[in-house]
Design a binder for this molecule. Structure first.
Ligand code: NOJ
Length: 458
């Protein structure tokens, strides 16, 4: 059997600004929501391991990190711009050193021939945005458009792929309501307000469309899309037709509230049938008016979801993994169960339901817990387990490519060890290990394996 990959396939790795940059108060950077909430005692259930102050210090080490990526043959680097570095205190004043940092870093990556896929907003909302009403406020659309304009003007000639947002189910909707639609959200501003959650969802979709339109009007040469975490939602019981239907509704609700607007210009019917009353006024008309198609969709894949039908409600219940039979501790990222077939299924599902012009796998990866007695030292440098993980997922990718689906890139999460919102520096995702005391970079075996694989396949 012969599997092959296109020669120009974007083999890469990903990270985001607040998770590796450090320098949280340097050169005029403003406070992000995580900088703030990590310091509030009442939020220590989530931020019990501190905030993203220092970390891998990519801000001062980016040349070294880009060199390591390029030496190992990586073709693509997915990263994000920290909005609070560009607009530190409000929508009016731009911070020039913030612009200079990204301009220098992108220009270094360009010189080395790395493709850049850059998110405008990957979870580190400036605190001033939240103070003025957050994504739930209509003004968010203007703030986002202005921020996008500054980024396109300053970096538009350097970036090949732009994404407006990353996993908004977590960072936008999830800020205003919990997954059961009853409890408090698990992301700043930690509210419990379904109507605000739907308003934020709609505002994010409109802000996204405005940014895409703006990008086109500016005549820039790259592509623009968004990054979603669409995963298959399997039935809890495969003998129950109702559970299969519940799985579809759960998918429409979790991922379709972004994919529908962004790729088809409308919300999924199963979602509006249930939540029409909670949605902002005239949402459907506004979406039709503002709709602007995207060039590609980025998708993050880690593990599938499961759904179960609940008789008394027309909707669904998120279920435990039937193979394990109980809900896992999701806070600890180590609890994510590798399920490579899910990658195959989600690519097929995206293709069938949304026909995107191009798909890029923007995240896929696994974490390993650090030794808590020696927390500054990277774990698992000889990471056979990660090599097996990557191999299994890349084999699935090979199979979907054979079906002719236009997938053009794959990014391992993460380039290097990162700060994770709920586990601080306790879980290592990196192809490169970071010693947090010395800031030494230690390439893991998985990076060497990936490098040989890329060489053999380009
Ligand atoms: C998805 C997010 O985009 C990223 O920020 C996070 O670190 C990874 N998942 C791993 O949990």
């Amino acid at each position: 059997m012969n599997f092959s990959f296109p020669k120009d396939f974007l083999w890469g790795a990903a990270c985001s600004s607040f998770q590796i940059e450090g320098a949280w108060q340097e050169d005029g950077k403003g406070i992000s929501c995580h900088d703030k909430y990590a310091r509030i005692p009442a939020h220590q259930d989530l931020y019990r391991y501190g905030g993203p102050d220092d970390g891998a210090d990519f801000y001062h080490h980016y040349r070294e990190d880009i060199d390591i990526m390029v030496e190992h043959g990586l073709k693509s680097f997915r990263f994000s711009i920290a909005w609070p570095r560009i607009f530190p205190d409000g929508p009016d004043k731009i911070n020039q050193p913030g612009i200079d940092f990204y301009r220098d870093m992108f220009s270094y990556a360009n010189e080395k021939g790395l493709n850049l896929l850059i998110d405008l907003y990957h979870w580190d909302l400036p605190q001033w945005v939240l103070d003025r009403g957050g994504v739930a406020s209509r003004e968010f659309i203007t703030w986002f458009e202005d921020y996008a304009r500054v980024c396109f003007e300053n970096f538009g000639d350097q970036v090949q792929y732009w994404s407006t947002t990353n996993e908004p189910s977590v960072s936008v909707f999830g800020g205003y309501i919990g997954g059961d639609l009853k409890s408090v959200g698990r992301f700043p501003p930690f509210e419990c307000d379904k109507v605000k959650a739907f308003a934020a969802c709609h505002n994010m979709n409109i802000a996204h469309m405005r940014a895409v339109k703006l990008y086109r009007r500016m005549g820039l040469k790259g592509k623009i899309g968004a990054v979603i975490d669409a995963v298959p939602c399997y039935p809890y019981s495969i003998s129950s037709k109702k559970d299969w239907e519940a799985g579809e509704r759960a998918f429409d609700f979790y991922a379709g509230k972004w994919l529908g607007p962004m790729l088809l210009g409308k919300y999924p019917e199963s979602m509006t049938a249930c939540f029409h009353e909670d949605m902002p006024e005239n949402y459907a008309e506004e979406l039709t008016r503002e709709y602007e198609p995207i060039d590609f969709i980025g998708n993050n894949y880690y593990e599938p979801h499961y759904a179960e039908y609940i008789p008394e409600k027309p909707y669904f219940k998120a279920a435990a993994d039937p193979e394990i039979g109980e809900a896992r501790e999701r806070e600890e990222f180590v609890g994510m169960k590798p399920y490579p077939v899910g990658l195959y299924d989600i690519m097929l599902l995206l293709e069938e339901k949304y026909h995107p012009k191009e798909i890029i796998i923007t995240e896929n990866g696994m974490s390993v817990k650090r030794d808590e007695t020696n927390i500054s030292k990277p774990s698992n440098i000889h990471d056979e387990n990660r090599i097996r993980y990557m191999r299994a997922h890349i084999m699935m990718l090979a199979r979907v490519l054979k079906l002719g689906i236009n997938i053009t890139g794959y990014h391992v999460w993460a380039v290097e060890d990162t700060y994770e919102r709920t586990s601080g520096y306790r879980h290592d995702y990196g192809l490169i290990g970071i010693d947090y005391d010395t800031k030494e970079r230690i390439p893991r075996d998985s990076l060497k394996w990936y490098s040989e694989f890329i060489q053999a396949n380009t």
